[in-house]
Design a protein around this ligand. Structure first.
Ligand code: ADP
Ligand code: MG
Length: 479
């Protein structure tokens, strides 16, 4: 029997927590990690007599996103009530947008395995977040924390344009970079600032019609997203190959067992009984508001990648590392501004800086070595003032004590021994001090040269150019 060549189809719904100071329909402060229910607000809980008022900053952020992905922007949009009952939503409905989202169709460009892929965005709409159910600390009970209720979310819905788990993860990563570049989300996955639902189906390759899909809820890491989708694809193929059909349902991924489990069936979307929220006015997007949003769109990751590659000659992997996080890109560009070479700057940042930050658990924005100092350090190597090895020492001093590159080099007398006469004198002395080794070398024992190089380096405290030391030694040792 011929086996079927299955193709997977994936569409993501990404919830982006907008980094506004206050909640979307109340003035309550949005804050992560506050004691449970201390940031809950009567407006967000829909208490009798309250009136929601839309947060203008959330609208501006949604527009910034829309412009960044070249999307159609609605001139007017409105808010709807999406009814469902769940303990973390005590008012019984969520304020969301249904048929008039603020952002329409757009496109996100990303790179996977060196190739550029364009992924369609179907829409992005504003909504309020619900509270949180806490299962861990309570035996046989569920705790409810309503601090998060009313936090502004932008839900971004992709077209089913993704074809592999790796592509889906790359898309999530690209979205993560984009919202951080735009400054509309802190991107903190651990705190749930970006959560993702993955819609997954499979079909025989070549078939035009999509297969039935399932939806995996609440994935908040790139790795879990990839694993969950890969697992769900295998499960669906297994179901279909055994002659059954895939059931449309919502599933949860359990990273501990690496499997997805059914959570609830999802047959009827009109269960939600959407209707326009009578307490909120429709939103008119003025050109003034759009102008404000446009002014906030910076150079985006894809443009930066192209520039780093084409203007700076960096490789795809260097470029990917440096542009993935806007703070890293800013650090790199500030380093370059001192005039050092792009490739050495990239190497230092990916290598020494990244390792040191990692070790001390610091973000690049808190790096103790200022980019101007790193740039100057690299320039001094390029000018031949210090060796790469000495530069490593200077870097450690900068990291531990701060200070200024040139002052450290002077104060510690770290300049390369560049005075030809002095180096020649040191070489002659080392040779004169070791007659026995000179005999061995002249008798053909090449290895002894290494011994002499080591001695000279020790005398110069590592500050001599190894090539020159070699040449001088060979001269001095010649019979
Ligand atoms: P719903 O209204 O149930 O949320 P949508 O049509 O809005 O459904 O689609 C939700 C998400 O599911 C979108 O990201 C879309 O790309 C994706 N999707 C739709 N159909 C499929 C499919 N057959 N396989 C995989 N993903 C799909
Ligand atoms: Mg949906």
């Amino acid at each position: 029997m011929a086996t079927v060549d299955w193709e997977s189809v994936i569409g993501l719904e990404i919830h982006v927590q907008l980094a506004t100071r206050s909640k979307i329909f109340s003035g309550a402060e949005a804050a992560f990690g506050a004691p449970p229910n201390t940031r809950a607000c009567a407006v967000d809980l829909g208490m009798p007599g309250v009136l929601p008022v839309l947060n203008r900053e959330a609208v501006r952020m949604a527009l910034t996103f829309g412009l960044a992905i070249d999307a159609e922007i609605a001139r007017t949009c409105r808010f709807d009530r999406k009814s469902y009952f769940y303990p973390d939503l005590p008012k019984g409905y969520q304020i969301s947008q249904f048929d008039q989202p603020i952002v329409g169709a757009g496109v996100v460009e990303m790179e996977v395995d060196g190739a550029t892929r364009r992924i369609g965005i179907r829409r992005a709409h504003l909504e309020e977040d619900a509270g949180k159910s806490l299962h861990e600390d309570y035996a046989d009970m569920t705790g409810i924390d309503l601090n998060r209720a009313g936090t502004p979310l932008l839900e971004v819905v992709s077209e089913p344009d993704l074809r592999t788990p790796a592509e889906a993860a790359a898309f999530f990563r690209e979205m993560h970079a984009v919202v951080r570049y735009l400054g509309i989300c802190d991107g903190n996955l651990n705190e749930g600032s970006m959560r993702c639902d993955a819609n997954v189906s499979v079909r025989p390759r070549g078939q035009a019609r999509f297969g039935e899909r399932t939806e995996i809820k609440n994935l908040n890491s790139f790795r879990f997203l990839r694993q969950a989708i890969a697992h769900e694809i295998d499960r669906q193929i297994g179901v279909l190959e055994s002659g059954d059909s895939v059931v449309r349902e919502t599933r949860l991924y359990d990273p501990r067992d690496d499997e997805t489990r059914p959570m609830r069936g999802k047959e009827l979307s009109d269960d939600y009984r959407y209707f326009p929220d009578p307490d909120l006015l429709p939103v008119r997007v003025t050109s003034e508001l759009l102008g404000e949003a446009r002014a906030r769109v910076p150079e985006l990751p894809r443009a930066k990648r192209r520039r780093y590659r084409e203007d700076l000659g960096l490789s795809d992997s260097d470029t990917g590392f440096l542009t993935g996080d806007p703070d890293v890109a800013a650090y790199f560009e500030a380093t370059l501004a001192t005039g050092c070479g792009a490739k050495p700057a990239a190497n230092w940042i990916m290598d020494r800086v990244a390792a040191s930050l990692n070790r001390s658990g610091l973000d690049v924005s808190a790096c103790p070595v200022a980019p101007e100092q790193l740039g100057r350090l690299i320039a001094r190597i390029e000018e031949g003032v210090i060796s790469g090895k000495i530069a490593g020492m200077v870097f450690d001093v900068l990291w531990e004590e701060g200070g200024e590159v040139d002052a450290i080099i002077e104060a510690r007398d770290l300049r390369r021994v560049s005075d030809a006469g002095e180096l020649a004198r040191i070489v002659r002395r080392v040779v004169a001090d070791h007659p026995e080794q000179v005999e061995q070398f002249r008798a053909g024992k090449e290895k002894v040269l290494g011994f002499f190089v080591g001695r000279v380096m020790r005398e110069t405290e590592g500050k001599a150019d190894p090539g020159r030391v070699n040449a001088l030694l060979r001269d001095a040792l010649a019979p």
